[in-house]
Design a protein around this ligand. Structure first.
Ligand code: GLA
Length: 390
């Protein structure tokens, strides 16, 4: 339990019964971007930056959620309906809590504190970690048993409904089921997870551009619709498929013929098909510690996300280019949904400091902005065998 969170909890909610607490990691996606909602492959790792949730049952049936990041508190009573006037983090928090409590025999009120050392909205899954933390504590205090796959699905649905983003399942599975020292190869169709060790002499560095473009939500929904439209076009051409996962590289020219090589649908599809292949190749590169290969795959992924999927931005491109030229760089690309946020980098361990310095300075020269760097380790998810519920 984070000692700081515990002290803040007592300051805000007063002394009383010892609260319970959970620290939910963020995740960084190594490769496999915008493939999860196309039933494809992803390769994320949970990292040691957290959303901490501390909570205690109350005597009445009301809930207070205090967010340190937002400097606000939200209160509601369980016997009332959720207010349609709510929005933002408060709507999401209440939505998650009510979703977890659905069907529970006895619903107790709670005081909850949310604290974090995970950059908010930076593509490191702060929103899934926020929901997972609230969900786990709510379940714990109400004696509700959660199964990892069901819980992941429930969190995903809550995000669709209360945030309004039709995210895939990568973030939830990663923060629940990742394993220390590894990346999780997730087949987003079967939900099978294989744990792939990360070479011990590569350090994992996240560089934050400091930029958050607010078109990210609407652009994300557009990409989903465009991928769905590409599937429809394939169907009209007589190919049987349920998602872009079923398109092979050899099938790509069929769509090019129907839609034209300048078509947005063709470009989106080409990204998804090539990115799925890159995930499989990246797994091989991790297994053989092949620096050259992983570097090449990250570079191709970033370019494909820029040219074909169009989700990078000026700042992400400059940060990645600065990294590619920095000493010790093994691999660098944008990570997460795009339109700002962070990049993910593998760096030779003994050159990490020089890498960070050179990348931040290159980024600042090209953009006039100040980025930040966090060196992270891959850790276990909260429902893996080495979970962290205390
Ligand atoms: C966001 C979503 C994920 C995934 C990524 C892009 O992080 O929450 O489900 O689609 O974007 O890979």
């Amino acid at each position: 339990m984070s000692a700081v969170s515990l002290d803040r909890f007592r300051e805000i909610f007063g002394q009383g019964k010892e609260p319970v607490s959970i620290s939910v990691p963020g995740r960084v996606n190594l490769i496999g971007e915008h493939t999860d909602y196309n039933d494809g492959f992803v390769l994320p790792a949970a990292v040691n930056r957290y959303i901490h949730v501390t909570g205690r049952a109350r005597m009445d049936r009301c809930v207070a959620v205090h967010s340190i990041a937002f400097g606000e508190q939200h209160q509601f009573c369980l016997e009332n309906e959720i207010s349609p006037l709510l929005s933002g983090w408060k709507y999401f928090a209440e939505g998650v809590i009510r979703t977890v409590l659905t069907g529970a025999d006895k619903q107790v009120g709670m005081d909850l504190l949310v604290d974090n050392d995970l950059p908010v909205g930076g593509g490191l899954s702060s929103s899934a970690a926020f929901a997972a933390g609230l969900g786990m504590i709510t379940a714990g205090l109400n004696r509700i048993e959660l199964q990892p796959l069901e819980f992941a699905g429930l969190l995903q649905k809550a995000e669709h409904k209360y945030v309004g983003v039709e995210c895939g399942i990568m973030d939830q599975l990663s923060i629940l089921l990742s394993r220390r020292g590894s990346a999780s190869l997730i087949d987003c169709r079967s939900l099978q997870i294989d744990h792939i060790p990360i070479p011990a002499d590569w350090s994992l560095v996240i560089m934050d551009t400091g930029v958050r473009h607010n078109l990210a939500f609407s652009e994300y929904s557009d990409r989903r619709l465009q991928c769905a439209r590409a599937v429809e076009l394939y169907r009209q051409s007589g190919k049987e498929l349920t998602s872009l996962r079923d398109v092979s590289a050899g099938d790509l020219d069929r769509l090019e013929k129907i839609a034209g090589s300048n078509s947005v649908f063709f470009h989106r599809c080409r990204h998804v098909v090539s990115e799925n292949l890159r995930v499989t190749e990246a797994v091989q590169a991790l297994r053989t510690s092949d620096e050259k290969q992983i570097g090449q795959l990250f570079r191709e992924s970033h370019r494909s996300l820029g040219n074909d999927f169009e989700v990078t931005c000026h700042e992400l491109d400059r940060m990645v280019e600065a990294a590619w030229h920095a000493p010790g760089c093994i691999a660098a690309r944008m990570t997460g949904g795009g339109f700002g946020g962070c990049t993910v980098n593998f760096v030779k361990k003994d050159t990490t400091e020089q890498f960070i310095k050179a990348t931040l300075s290159g980024y600042s020269k090209k953009t006039g902005r100040t980025g930040t760097a966090i060196q992270v380790s891959s850790i276990s998810g909260i429902m893996s065998c080495e979970g962290r519920l205390q």
